[in-house]
Write a protein of this length. Sequence first.
Length: 130
Amino acid sequence: MQITCGTDIIEIERIKESIENLKDAFTTKIYTPKEIEYCESKKNAKYEHYAARFAAKEAIYKAISPILNNKYEISWKDAEVVNDINGKPYVNFINYKTDKIESIDISLSHCKKYATANVTILLKNNLEEK
């Protein structure tokens, strides 16, 4: 088995400015409808949640890149970050299928200025070379 990981950190203000300046052009390019609904439900804290999910998508890409044939094989909205009933985030792949992942774990965090995400993937041990 092989373990891959990805991490990312982003300034919340940068995401806030992108959303305020580009509106739906930004959010609909990056986030799935479920992600938008979740973030918008957070009212005054919505930018922190948007930023955490942006960082998550970057971290997912970094962790999954060893099994991609090319960088265009997965898009922003192919990795959806949603929460289980206890509030723990998990990754739901949309329009991206692979049998190379045994399991994937994700952790998100944010504070006043920054949001961060860490992703760990356990790959199956029967992987063939790209």
